[in-house]
Write a protein that binds this ligand. Sequence first.
Ligand SMILES: Cc1ncc(COP(=O)(O)O)c(C=O)c1O
Length: 379
Amino acid sequence: MIKPVYLDYNATTPIDPEVGKEMNLFIDSHYGNPSSSYAIGRLNKNAINFARKQVADLINANPDEIIFTSCATESNNLAILGVLKAQPGKHLITSAIEHPAVIEVCKHLESQGYEITYLPVDRTGRINLQDVEKAIRPDTALITIMHANNEVGTIQPITETAVIAKKHNIIFHTDAAQSAAKIETDVSKLGVGLLTVAGHKLYAPKGIGALYLKKGVNIKNIMYGASQEKGLRPGTENVIHIIALGKACEIAKRDFERNYKTMLLSRDRLIDGLKSKPNVEFEINGDLSNSLPNTISISFNGVDAHTLASLTGDEIYISTGSACHADSVEISPVLKAMDIDLKMATGTVRISTGRFTTNDEVDRAVEIITKTVIKLQTR
Ligand SMILES: Cc1ncc(COP(=O)(O)O)c(C=O)c1O
């Protein structure tokens, strides 16, 4: 049987074999606790600090500005709740298309008396800078806007938003779970105070993340325990996953140009392949010229995306832009915010390529999708 084509790299990536090799070393022999003062403990402490530098190098930060967490969700929680614990102000600005790892934190804060402005986006999924400026209030404590969207790939004007935030002396966080390693993610050029990194989106394992915390930005811990990670993330460090994240970031930096090209070529080959089929009707959501190089949000007219994903599910792995409930279909808040009409949103799938995607896989995916879409569109 031929291996299914994996086209869901935005959901998660495989562990890079080079990363796996480093992890095995720590699984097999380097089991000490980094807080222990004997040799095997110090070895672990040094390994963590080496990984801290590898992560910092990818995003152009200083190693002492990196806090290891368990995932992007935790990094976002620590960033948002940690800032609010340290700052006065009961108002936050975010966008309508954030991942639940931000939206749900905001909803929780609303239940605690905070007020949130959810910035709208245009048809391409981009916020408007004038809206940011207009939303600012004297009591705005934080702006949190994602760097790139997980469903449609749209890149937000982070640098420009940071200028506005700075002008008003407001702390700015960005969720870079999808962008780090895919596009340039340089904290100094972006001008952010905090930035979230997710391990399993960049070929490290699941269950590891990092938060960039710019020197001078004050946050408070949201968990209580010992003093690991400056007390901001107490608990014995997940050394195996931390060194994996470090190695993955080193590889991401080293092979950035090559990986970028692979993702872009595979994305465009897939779109061109589908366009070359005369009987397939589709629209691409977002703006490919301002998007992650690997992400395609594609709406097939007259097709139910879940049926498409399930009929093709033995041969290709893709995800849908809607959630099926017992007797209704709920389209994603991202597509809703972009004002994609219900019929097209119902037929939306997300295809995301990665560094291991081959031309042969793309061509096979085009044939499988075409065959199935034609079948569904002519029903
Ligand atoms: C933009 C964004 N933020 C946060 C997350 C949450 O990542 P995790 O589940 O690893 O915490 C994801 C995962 O898809 C994401 O795409």
